[in-house]
Ligand binder design. Structure first.
Ligand code: ZN
Ligand code: ZN
Length: 414
């Protein structure tokens, strides 16, 4: 952490204002951004501190104090050289994952990078690839398995050893030997008379199962296919011409850049959701993620809003935005983050959201309070200021609002 500890040029901070909001329900580590009944607390944190949660009660514990029994560590605020950092609680094994709340970020959007993990409701995606430019002819990298197994076309060996290629039988068309530009391959664990198949014959079979051609701008969902007999996963790429060329086993259309490749991160309890890659072109429109039929990435789950989030391409960047979703759009926080004075960030850990704002040190600066320093102008900023005022108002109401309205759709218990 020290290596990147270049403090922001702004003045030193004396304390961090923390507003914690905890959802009464404990369900799938979700936080309901539309809930009326949230347990809200406000803190002013002047020194390095660990935030803990016990039930719905958030507590601030000094770094050297003994943590209260039964509490869950949420995050750590570290003060160093007049600057505050947010970090996860060490050891990280039993601490909650820290998720940045996208709607509360500056300009209400997050600039995506390859490797980012995003979370919508209960669903996680990994950003596998971002291709902005039409130059270079970049196409989606479809690899999902990291087995490293390379499937090569069967070719006659120079010494004459190995299988007699012309006598090998294709298990689909039952013809002997490779066809013209149609090599025989051994794509799975099957052995004996069903070991080999023509690449063309296998592609014809795949085409019948998942037809990816003719999709607008070359957007599609790719999932790995398995052999129906031995159940092993077919390779993604086939190497031909003595390994000189490589082509995807599944015939995929040309994807128009700019495009994004998102991987479905499927947990064991989500077997109904197939593991795979969403390849989406942003050449002519933004990408919509949600439960509605018009979504480009459609997730039929009650934790997903009809229109949940969007990704658009603007000035060379892929921007993720939340569409006022019920359970929020989040980005995994990968490393410790500096709190810049006057800039709020919100971090979700399970059913708690902490909004953090570093306060200017009154001894070093006579500037106005951080809330008044919010840049006002763009509509995004207006919305942010409005949300902040709502946050402060919710605080004074302190959970006075009536009972939570009945949920028409209950989240299934795991
Ligand atoms: Zn064949
Ligand atoms: Zn097989």
């Amino acid at each position: 952490m020290a290596a990147q500890a270049s403090a922001p040029s702004t003045s030193a901070t004396s304390a961090v204002k923390v507003i914690s909001k905890t959802w009464a329900r404990d369900s799938h580590d979700l936080f309901d951004f539309e809930a009326h009944q949230l347990h809200t607390q406000t803190f002013s944190v002047p020194k390095s501190t660990v935030c803990m949660r016990n039930g719905t009660e958030v507590q601030m514990v000094g770094e050297r104090d003994a943590p209260p029994a039964g509490g869950d560590p949420l995050l750590r605020l570290v003060q160093r050289d007049g600057t505050f950092w947010v970090d996860k609680v060490q050891p990280s094994s039993n601490s909650k994952k820290l998720w940045l709340v996208v709607r509360d970020l500056v300009s209400s959007s997050h600039r995506l990078q390859e490797g980012d993990v995003i979370k919508l409701g209960r669903f996680k995606f990994r950003v596998r690839q971002l291709v902005a430019s039409t130059y270079g002819g970049m196409q989606p990298e479809l690899r999902l398995d990291d087995s490293g197994v390379i499937c090569c076309a069967v070719e006659p060996t120079p010494g004459g050893e190995g299988p007699q290629v012309d006598k090998l039988l294709c298990r689909i068309c039952l013809l002997e030997g490779p066809g013209e530009d149609d090599p025989l391959i051994a794509p799975c664990q099957c052995k004996g008379s069903i070991e080999y198949v023509h690449l063309g014959c296998l592609r014809h079979w795949i085409r019948g199962r998942l037809n990816l051609s003719d999709r607008p701008l070359g957007s599609y969902f790719y999932r790995p296919l398995t052999c129906e007999l031995c159940k092993s996963v077919y390779p993604t790429y086939i190497h031909t011409n003595s390994g000189q060329e490589r082509s995807p086993l599944v015939e995929v259309p040309f994807t128009q850049p700019p495009f994004i490749v998102l991987e479905n991160m499927v947990r064991d309890s989500q077997q109904h959701t197939s593991r795979g890659l969403h390849v989406i072109s942003l050449a002519e429109k933004e990408l919509k993620l949600g439960r509605g039929h018009e979504s480009d990435v459609r997730i039929a789950d009650v934790s997903i809003s009809r229109t949940h989030a969007t990704i658009r391409f603007s000035k060379g960047h892929f921007l993720l935005q939340d569409s006022s979703s019920k359970f929020g759009t989040l980005v995994a926080m990968k490393k410790p983050r500096v709190l810049e004075p006057g800039v709020n960030i919100s971090i979700q850990m399970g059913r708690t959201v902490l909004t953090l704002c570093a306060q200017h040190d009154p001894n070093q600066s006579n500037s106005a309070s951080s809330l008044n320093q919010l840049p006002v102008g763009g509509s995004a900023q207006d919305e942010r200021a409005l949300r902040l005022s709502l946050l402060t108002r919710g605080q004074s109401e302190g959970g006075q609002s009536g009972g939570q309205t009945a949920q028409s759709e209950e989240l299934p218990e795991e």
